[in-house]
Design a binder for this molecule. Structure first.
Ligand code: I3S
Length: 132
């Protein structure tokens, strides 16, 4: 017998420190691009950017909610992900995430290997949600 959806166990897909900035807020372009380094958690189809990156990885993995206040939470349902076009940023390894509510985020890491694992994990999260 299948358990009701609310009893689904939230599994941590991925967590780590990334550089990110919001470029569009619900359809409205953000005037000033402001990159921050933040503790980022992908869990249960939601990507959460926390306000800072200072908290230890060990604490963050065990109790993500204890790390700090979430700054942005992005529901991956109906979202889309691609490599950001060159005109969006001069940085390398930049992903562009568009949420269904019309917000856009740039996500960056200097390591191509690390950004690639995020690309895979977020794309998979989006795909899994579209299958429900
Ligand atoms: O799209 P922009 O305006 O070139 O984005 C850059 C600015 O946000 C810049 O801030 P200042 O104008 O205060 O210097 C940032 O330092 C840059 O990182 C931004 O450009 P990149 O290409 O790094 O996303």
């Amino acid at each position: 017998q299948a358990s009701p959806p609310e009893e689904k166990i939230k599994t941590l897909d991925k967590a780590g420190v990334l550089h990110r900035t919001k470029t569009v807020d619900k359809g409205k372009r953000v005037r000033k691009k402001h990159w921050s380094t933040s503790w980022t958690v992908l869990e249960g189809g939601v990507l959460t950017f926390f306000k800072d990156s200072k908290s230890s990885t060990a604490v963050g993995l065990r109790q993500p909610s204890k790390v700090s206040t979430p700054e942005y939470t992005v529901d991956l349902r109906g979202a889309s992900l691609s490599w950001a076009p060159k005109d969006k940023s001069s940085k390398k390894n930049v992903l562009e995430l568009r949420s269904r509510d019309g917000s856009e985020y740039l996500i960056q890491h200097n390591s191509e290997a690390i950004i690639s694992t995020w690309h895979k994990a977020i794309a998979q999260g989006i795909q899994e949600l579209s299958a429900d």
